[in-house]
Design a protein around this ligand. Structure first.
Ligand SMILES: O=C(O)CCC(=O)C(=O)O
Length: 308
């Protein structure tokens, strides 16, 4: 698998970053967020995992070695610990970091906000847990074609712990057909798993991988004895449409299995990081299994049909 191209040296050059996004479908920025901020979030999440008995007994908190109670996302026994993570203010504030808001505003050409559906992924070792299957975010997130996903490792993440892989150039494939699959999201895009353009790296806390709503991506299997901890946060322009959620728009990830923000945010000093700004237009959600989905327009030339 090829190495991701690091665009950190271009971080202040919006035109160059936009060109990278339009050409490759992703931007990788090593060390974009202060490491200590990310490490602090990881430590807080580690404490929740320890208190939920997800870690091997007697193991060092910093290692996040999986214990027998570490379970796959969404399965029985998952939601207690995950509620603790979703109640962590610093985790949600990471999802609204000024660096991410500024970057996405520059790429989209107007103010952005982060979807309150801030996702923390706790990847147990495989086999036993299925990694996130290859997919495009658009079918799952919907709303604006130009919603941008940011993926942040919350610890050192070499490929063997199950880091993210992206298929460079796949944002030109259009909205791909899907089939049912195991693992988060439960659907898999019909993409070539042997394509030479798959890319990944050894991620470190502070790195940010940003990609379009059509960029094909997925997780590698976790072949270690540790938990792979990461975050995914999505940003959109304030004037672009956002898809309503059947359980209420702006709810936490996995609500109602996870309580609403009214409960999660008790004791927080601010809830700014989970607000949807006034004036955002809303659109109905479509069935993610549809052959033909509503799509567009896109500042980056994304189209529902493949293009060269
Ligand atoms: O971290 C993962 O396993 C999946 C993340 C993902 O699919 C995303 O960020 O859209």
């Amino acid at each position: 698998m090829q190495e991701l191209i690091d665009s950190a040296a271009l971080a202040d050059d919006t035109d160059a970053l936009t060109e990278r996004l339009v050409t490759d479908g992703y931007i990788f920025l090593r060390g974009f967020i202060p490491t200590d901020v990310v490490v602090s979030v990881r430590e807080q999440i580690g404490a929740v995992l320890r208190d939920s008995e997800w870690l091997a007994s007697g193991s060092d908190l910093a290692d996040l070695i999986a214990g027998p109670r570490a379970v796959e996302e969404g399965s029985p026994g998952f939601f207690g610990g995950y509620t603790g993570i979703q109640a962590t203010q610093d985790f949600h504030e990471l999802g609204s970091r000024p660096e991410l808001l500024d970057l996405t505003a520059r790429l989209l050409g107007e103010p952005t906000f982060s979807h309150p559906l801030h996702i923390c992924r706790i990847g147990p070792p495989s086999p036993g847990a299925s990694p996130t299957p290859t997919h495009q975010d658009y079918r799952l997130i919907q709303g604006s074609a130009d919603t941008l996903t940011t993926w942040l490792p919350l610890g050192e993440a070499p490929p063997e712990i199950g880091g993210l892989k992206v298929l460079a150039g796949s944002h030109r494939l259009g909205v791909l057909p899907v089939h049912p699959a195991e693992g988060p999201g439960m659907l898999q895009a019909d993409a070539d798993e042997a394509d030479a353009e798959w890319r990944t790296t050894t991620f470190a806390p502070g790195d940010v991988l940003l990609f379009t709503s059509l960029t094909v991506h997925g997780a590698l299997p976790n072949l270690t004895d540790r938990l792979r901890v990461s975050a995914d946060f999505r940003f959109q322009a304030v004037s672009d449409p956002m898809a309503v959620n059947p359980h209420g728009t702006g709810k936490p990830h996995y609500h109602p299995d996870v309580p609403d923000f009214g409960t999660l945010t008790r004791g927080w000093s601010s809830t700014d990081c989970i607000q949807i700004p006034a004036g955002v237009p809303f659109v109905e959600r479509f069935d993610p299994w549809l052959d033909e989905v509503p799509f567009g327009p896109s500042r980056f030339g994304l189209t529902a049909a493949p293009r060269s």
